[in-house]
Design a protein around this ligand. Sequence first.
Ligand code: CAA
Length: 297
Amino acid sequence: FRRVLFRSADAVDSTHETSGGHPRTNGASSTMSTEIDSIAVIGAGTMGSGIALVAATSGIDVHQVDLSSDQLERARAYHDKVLSRNVQKERMTEDEKAEALARISYCESMEDAGAAGWAVEAATENPEVKAKLFKTMSEVFPASAVLATNTSSISITSIATATGDAADRVVGMHFFNPVPVMKLVEVIKGLATSEETVSRTIALAERMGKTPIKANDRAGFVSNRVLMPMINEAFYAWMEGVAEPEAIDDIMKLGCAFPMGPLRLADFIGLDVCHHIMMVLYEELGDQKYFPCPKLR
Ligand code: CAA
């Protein structure tokens, strides 16, 4: 007899019901509605521009904020490109594309987005930068606004300390790259996060056609606690000559049904990001097994 954790695949699936929205259009089939009609997305890089696009295609007005006008221009071009592909693939009409684009405004200052009822931060993974941003966010956005972070590894509890008495409205809302394609939003509750904030976050994620799943505020949450050591181990396997990089990736793709091998996935995420997350796991969990492979430097 095989030893198993779950009695059947159904037992796993039934724990997390999905909203069923199309990953690249919108999730209008949500069972819970939210009052949110506009959000601010702070940061227009890969993750921020993806979050903004998914919100806009879900009927939400979006303020895409970034200090860099070049970055905003790249985000605008990305939005146009993905929506054009949706039209080409007959997943939406030209009118729907135009409506989605019209819902996004691009601004260089957070103050210009201050009327938004929700803010998602997707800026650099640097605790000092996040602390400054969250202090400003707690001052700029309405007192009812949820202040979410897309951090992949920084403690939600520590980010919330920058916001004073807004800490109950700070939550982790962890999207995955490419945001329009990946179904998951990992929802992380910090020590001070209220239940109301968590349930509103779940409702918004569902409205965006995503499947929210809750995790606790421990280093790497669930996704990177599991994914990053696997990627790190693939680098060690390469370093120790177990196989060539292409072979490592092909073995994991063909043998374990990964859409891309762990080494290519590391490139996709960014080696610097992988190294940073491994350092967070290593320092916060205090176990040698999380030490980043030198090849990740
Ligand atoms: N934006 C929007 N759509 C995109 C896209 C993007 N950046 N990249 C790919 N797509 C779309 C393509 O347009 C295509 O759509 P169509 O149905 O219109 O053809 C579809 O996705 C498939 O793309 P491709 O045919 O080009 O290639 P593929 O089949 O290899 O899929 C992939 C690409 C979706 C990225 C796939 O390789 C994959 O799932 N890779 C793993 C991704 C992953 O693990 N992400 C998590 C990273 S970890 C993270 O994000 C969190 C963290 O904290 C580090």
